[in-house]
Write a protein that binds this ligand. Structure first.
Ligand SMILES: [Zn+2]
Length: 314
């Protein structure tokens, strides 16, 4: 038996929210005037920011009702806004599409193709931001329920080889959720005595059509697995995978780098003058739920106090 049906439905709902937001945000980018890209995008970016924030909020808002139904009430009410804020400032994410497009143009590509590259990045960033807001809320909500002792990765097909390899894997909360850009995997809460055993990568593999197998693992990978190789031997599991915590640090470092080079500071200042752009700004840097779990070393009461302190639950 795989993860319980509600956990699978929860994953599907999250994936749909991320996809819908990404489609809407992409449409805003596509309405940018190609002849005046910077001015035109900076004027539209606050609209995109608001869409992303709304998508994140609706994703994070589903955590509480789902966990209430699955495992009962937590030690406090989840504040979905805190999970959204924990995903950080949107300004870098909204300026990168422009940078990417300029970079392509400077390398001689057409404006149309360059704008497509910007759109692809923006869509990826949007999906990831919505999924992360939801997963941060889920993790905070699970830590706030001491009867939940660990979490299991929920993978829905189609999925990439790395996620298939991690399907059904059980983690302590102190281990951040490994994800890659566009990753739509979620978590299922696990309590002692939960009678279900999650799907194994081999089970997931067996459910895939030959075409899906080739897309995820490549021709050589499929041949190796079919010849009896372990999936773990065929897949480089950590490549491109990161936790929210590590990703947040990367974004911060990149932001500091671009500030020094002058690009970021001037555009961010311009962008933040636009009415509505305050939406994009995160409040305070905060500890991620996974960091709270790590710092409190299994002391759930202490973890819950910190979740309250950082505003994840009230
Ligand atoms: Zn994946």
């Amino acid at each position: 038996m795989s993860v319980p049906a509600p956990a699978q439905q929860h994953q599907q709902q999250r994936a749909a929210q991320a996809a819908a937001t990404a489609t809407a945000v992409r449409a805003v980018w596509n309405s940018t005037d190609p002849d005046d890209m910077e001015r035109s995008w900076l004027a539209r970016a606050p609209v995109a920011a608001e869409m992303i924030r709304r998508g994140q909020l609706s994703a994070a808002s589903t955590a509480e009702s789902w966990l209430d139904a699955e495992v009962g009430p937590g030690a406090g009410r989840l504040d979905p806004q805190a999970a959204v804020a924990a995903t950080g400032d949107l300004v870098p994410q909204l300026l990168y599409p422009l940078l990417i497009a300029w970079n392509r143009i400077s390398r001689g590509m057409s404006i149309a193709v360059s704008m497509l590259s910007g759109a692809a990045f923006l869509e990826m960033a949007t999906r990831s931001l919505v999924a992360d807001a939801g997963r941060i809320a889920d993790m905070a909500g699970m830590i706030a329920r001491p009867q939940v002792v660990s979490y299991v990765r929920v993978v829905e097909l189609p999925a990439c080889a790395r996620c298939i390899l991690l399907a059904g894997r059980e983690y302590p909360f102190s281990e951040g959720f490994l994800r890659h850009p566009n990753c739509d995997c979620t978590m299922a809460p696990k309590r002692p005595g939960d009678g279900w055993t999650p799907q194994l990568p081999e089970d997931v593999y067996a459910q895939m059509t030959p075409a899906e197998q080739r897309r995820a693992f490549g021709e050589a990978g499929v041949q190796a697995i079919d010849a009896g190789a372990d999936i773990a031997q065929v897949v480089n599991a950590r490549r491109g995978m990161t936790t929210v915590t590590r990703y947040g640090r990367q974004v911060q470092a990149t932001r500091e780098g671009t500030t020094r080079r002058g690009f970021y500071g001037s555009r961010a200042a311009q962008f933040q003058k636009v009415p509505g752009a305050t939406y994009s700004r995160a409040k305070t840097p905060r500890l991620m739920p996974e960091e709270i779990a790590r710092l409190t070393k299994g002391d759930r009461e202490h973890a819950i106090r910190l979740l309250k302190k950082y505003g994840y639950i009230a």
